[in-house]
Design a protein around this ligand. Structure first.
Ligand SMILES: [Zn+2]
Length: 556
C-alpha cells in the first residue's frame, strides 16, 4: 500500500472529472503498476518438506480495487509449462469459499471476479497452488551439506514461488505461516507470532510484518540455525541467525550490527521494522537487504569482521530501499547510492574523516572507469528496462557521490534535516528522485533542479583541464579552468582550489572556493608568496576528472 494521500487526492480528482465526463472512469494512482488493484496484504501459508522440493502454498491476498467495474485482475506467478518440472500449478482460486475462474499462462494468473468491483473496495482472494520453484525460493544444500530454503526475490523473482503483484512500487504487509520439518528454524519478515510443534514431526512458524514492504524484500529463510540476540536498539532486537557450524564466527561478525542500527537510528530516524535478523544464507548476492532480515551469502561469514562494510551497507538499506523504496527501477540509486553513502557516513563518524575521504576517492575512480565503458548512462538510466542491468557502478558509487556533493551544496545541517524529513515522509512508501529533490529544496531553501538534472539525469561528470600562474609583482595567483567533457553538458559546481606555499604542509593547503558554471573561466586571488603546488578539490568534494598544470614560470 503506498501513497495513500496522493491516491485519495487522485481519486477525488477522478470523481470530479467523472462529473464532467461521465464516460471516463475514475482513475487510480497512476504510480501503481497494476491499474486495477493495489495489494494490501499477503498471507502465505507454505508447506516445505524434505523428501521433495515441491512446495504447497495457500496465499490469502487482500486487494483494494482502484476502479469500479473491474471484472478480472492479474497476479505474477510463474507457471509450469507442459514439458517442465518446475514452476507453479494453481489448483483453485476462491473468495469467501466460492470458487472463481482463473487463467494461468505466460507467468500471469488472471483471476475472474464473481461480481464487478467498486472503487476503493477491499476483497480477499485465496490461491491454492503447488510446484517446484525454478528460482526465487532457493532450495539447496549449504556449505555444510545441510538442506536449506532461502527466499531470494530481488528484483522480480518472487513470482517464482509467490502469487503477487511483483513490482517494487506495490508494497503490502505480509504474513508467513510456514509448516516445515521440526529440524528447521524459520526466519521471516517482521515479528514472530507463533512457533508450534504440530506433533507429526513438523513445526508451524508464523511471522507477521504489519507495515507494507515490496516483494523484492519479503522472504523467509528455513534451515538449521543457531540464533543469538545480540542486543536491542530501543525496542528493536538485533539478532544473528547462522548455521550451527558457523556459530562462533557468525555471532562474532554480526555483533557489529547493533552499532550500525544505533548509528542509523540516531541519524535518520526509528528502525522501520519489528526486529533485525542478520542471516547466513544462500542468497546469490553478497548480501541482500530483505526487510527485517538481511540475508548474507554464506561465505561472507568468516569470523574476522572483514565484512563490516557489507553489514553496514545492508543495514542502511533497511531505511533506504526497504522502507523508503524507489518508485521504479530507474530510481534504483535511491537504494544503492544511499546504502553506499551511508556506509561512508558510518565510517566517517566511527573512524574519522580520513576513512570517508579514502572511500570517496576509491568510489570516484570506480565511477570514472564505469563512465568510460558506458558513457551514455546517467545515474537515472532512462533508456534501460532490466533492473539487473541497472544494478551497475553508477547506482552505487555515483549515487553515493551525488549525496556527498548534495551535502556540500546544502551544508551538513540542511543535509541531515532533509534526510530525516525524506525518511519520515516516505517511510513504508515509494519515492523517486524528484521527491528527494523537493525535500532537499525545502530543507535548504535552495532551488536544486539544476543540481539533480546534471548529476542524476545527464551522463558524465566535469572533465577539467587548466593551469595556474603566479605573478610575484602583484602577489596574484591566476587559475584557469576549462570544462572539456565531450558530452556537451556544462556542469555547475563549487570548486575548491588548494594552494600550498613553499615549506607548508601539503595536507592542509589554503583553500579558495570558486563557482564554476561556464566552459572556460579564470580566477585570480592574492596569495602569500609563490605557491609550491596548486590542486583542485583538495578535500574530496567533487566528482570530476582532471588536474591543473603550472603554465608559466613568471618571476623565476
Ligand atoms: Zn545494496
Amino acid at each position: 500500500m503506498k501513497r495513500f494521500l496522493s491516491s485519495l487526492l487522485s481519486s477525488l480528482l477522478g470523481s470530479a472529472l467523472l462529473l464532467l465526463a461521465l464516460s471516463i472512469p475514475a482513475t487510480g494512482d497512476e504510480r501503481l503498476p497494476n491499474p486495477a488493484v493495489d495489494m494490501i496484504h499477503y498471507r502465505f501459508h507454505l508447506t516445505l518438506e524434505d523428501h521433495t522440493d515441491q512446495i504447497r502454498g495457500r496465499a490469502e491476498i487482500t486487494v483494494r480495487f482502484l476502479q469500479d467495474s473491474v471484472v478480472a485482475f492479474d497476479l505474477d506467478l510463474v507457471d509450469r509449462g507442459p514439458e517442465e518440472n518446475t514452476g507453479m500449478e494453481v489448483t483453485t482460486v476462491s473468495r469467501d469459499g466460492t470458487e472463481l475462474g482463473f487463467l494461468h499462462g505466460d507467468d500471469r494468473l488472471e483471476i475472474s471476479l464473481a461480481s464487478p468491483s467498486e472503487a476503493q473496495e477491499w476483497r480477499t482472494y485465496t490461491v491454492n497452488y503447488q510446484g517446484v520453484p525454478r528460482d526465487g525460493l532457493i532450495i539447496a544444500t549449504n556449505r555444510f551439506g545441510d538442506r536449506t530454503f532461502f527466499g531470494d526475490n530481488w528484483p522480480e523473482r518472487a513470482r517464482h514461488w509467490l502469487p503477487t503483484v511483483d513490482h517494487v512500487s506495490d508494497k503490502a504487509s505480509v504474513e508467513w505461516v510456514v509448516t516445515a520439518p521440526e529440524a528447521y528454524e524459520v526466519v521471516g519478515t517482521g515479528r514472530l507470532l507463533e512457533r508450534s510443534d504440530l506433533g507429526d514431526g513438523t513445526e508451524l512458524t508464523h511471522w507477521i510484518c504489519r507495515v507494507p514492504v515490496a516483494t523484492k524484500v519479503m522472504v523467509i529463510g528455513v534451515a538449521r540455525f543457531a540464533m543469538r540476540n545480540l542486543g536491542r536498539v530501543g525496542q528493536v532486537p538485533v539478532q544473528a541467525w547462522v548455521y550451527p557450524q558457523s556459530r562462533e564466527e557468525g555471532f562474532h561478525d554480526f555483533e557489529l550490527a547493533e552499532k550500525a542500527v544505533r548509528f542509523f537510528t540516531g541519524h535518520i530516524g526509528p528502525f522501520p521494522y519489528a526486529k533485525l535478523a542478520n542471516v547466513q544464507s544462500k542468497t546469490r548476492y553478497g548480501g541482500m537487504e530483505n526487510a527485517s532480515n538481511v540475508f548474507y551469502s554464506e561465505g561472507a561469514v568468516r569470523g574476522d569482521r572483514e565484512n563490516e562494510g557489507l553489514i553496514v551497507h545492508e543495514i542502511a538499506h533497511q531505511w533506504f530501499g526497504d522502507s523508503v523504496t524507489e518508485l521504479d527501477w530507474t530510481h534504483l540509486w535511491l537504494s544503492e547510492g544511499f546504502a553506499t553513502y551511508f556506509t561512508h557516513l558510518y565510517n566517517e563518524f566511527t573512524y574519522g574523516r580520513g576513512r570517508l575521504v579514502r572511500g570517496m576517492t576509491r568510489d570516484r575512480d570506480v565511477v570514472l572507469r564505469f563512465h568510460s565503458r558506458r558513457p551514455e548512462l546517467a545515474l537515472v538510466p532512462h533508456q534501460l528496462t532490466d533492473p539487473n542491468e541497472m544494478l551497475n557502478r553508477n547506482v552505487y558509487q555515483k549515487g553515493g557521490w551525488l549525496l556527498h556533493m548534495l551535502r556540500r551544496q546544502v551544508g551538513d545541517e540542511a543535509f541531515w534535516d532533509g534526510i530525516r524529513t525524506y525518511y519520515r515522509r516516505y517511510r513504508d512508501r515509494n519515492a523517486d528522485t524528484e521527491d528527494l529533490r523537493r525535500v532537499m529544496e525545502q530543507a535548504s531553501g535552495q532551488e536544486l533542479e539544476w543540481f539533480f538534472q546534471q548529476w542524476a539525469h545527464e551522463p558524465g561528470h566535469p572533465v577539467l583541464t587548466g593551469g595556474w600562474s603566479f605573478d610575484p609583482s602583484t602577489g596574484m595567483l591566476t587559475v584557469n579552468v576549462r570544462q572539456t567533457q565531450g558530452s556537451g553538458t556544462l556542469f555547475r559546481f563549487p570548486l575548491d582550489i588548494g594552494v600550498t606555499a613553499h615549506g607548508q604542509d601539503r595536507a592542509v593547503p589554503r583553500v579558495e572556493t570558486v563557482e564554476v558554471s561556464r566552459k572556460d573561466q579564470t580566477f585570480s586571488f592574492p596569495v602569500e608568496g609563490e605557491p609550491e603546488e596548486v590542486n583542485l578539490d583538495p578535500h574530496t568534494w567533487l566528482l570530476f576528472q582532471g588536474e591543473l598544470t603550472r603554465v608559466s614560470g613568471k618571476g623565476r
